[in-house]
Design a protein around this ligand. Structure first.
Ligand SMILES: NC(=O)c1ccc[n+]([C@@H]2O[C@H](COP(=O)([O-])OP(=O)(O)OC[C@H]3O[C@@H](n4cnc5c(N)ncnc54)[C@H](O)[C@@H]3O)[C@@H](O)[C@H]2O)c1
Length: 159
């Protein structure tokens, strides 16, 4: 926890941020790295992830990139193993990657339904599961899951 008026330091911590090749995830990664963490940019857009990691390193920050498909449990498990091999630990997991198609209810196909649940729900569960054993062993770990108001109510799409 940050003491009053002083931002928290993440020095010595390793943070895996999913969906950090752009948008909110990128900003989270930047903030953690600027406060001392080694940040692993995990994204299905591997080129984007590498670009962000390079940007961070250009600022003198500690960063790495890894291709990660949150819609594929085998890939999640393999990439968590790879992060442990490269960095030894994961102290902070930010489950930020998510997809939010705006297809009208009447037109949603089973494939799209499955993809949304795979990436936004199943992948998050199995990524948490993959990092938990070492967090429990070390008695330290922070997991932050991004949600959305879209989980509480439908979106109104013009058209
Ligand atoms: N932007 C908003 O207003 C808003 C509002 C509520 C919730 N959210 C949620 O916040 C998160 C980030 O939002 P954003 O606007 O920055 O999103 P974004 O679409 O700009 O970025 C999402 C990132 O996730 C990556 N990604 C997509 N599928 C992936 C997969 N299968 N595996 C790994 N990475 C994958 C993309 O490549 C991209 O880099 C999302 O989960 C989103 O649903 C955003």
């Amino acid at each position: 926890m940050a003491s009053e008026g002083k931002p928290a330091s993440f020095e010595g911590k390793v943070a895996l941020v999913t969906g950090a090749a752009r948008g909110i995830g990128k900003e989270i990664a930047l903030t953690l790295a600027r406060r001392g963490a080694t940040v692993v940019i995990g994204d299905i857009d591997v080129d984007g992830a590498i670009k962000v990691a390079e940007e961070l390193k250009g600022e003198g920050l500690l960063a790495d990139a890894i291709g990660l498909d949150m819609g594929n449990v085998a890939d999640i498990r393999a990439k968590v193993g790879e992060v442990y091999r490269r960095h030894g630990q994961i102290d902070i997991l930010v489950n930020n990657a998510g997809i939010c198609p705006t297809t009208p209810i009447e037109e949603i196909q089973e494939e799209e339904w499955d993809k949304v649940l795979d990436v936004n729900l199943k992948g998050v569960f199995f990524l948490c599961q993959a990092v938990m054993p070492k967090m429990k062993e070390r008695r330290y770990g922070k997991i932050i899951n991004t949600s959305s108001v879209e989980g509480r109510r439908g979106a109104l799409v013009a058209g």
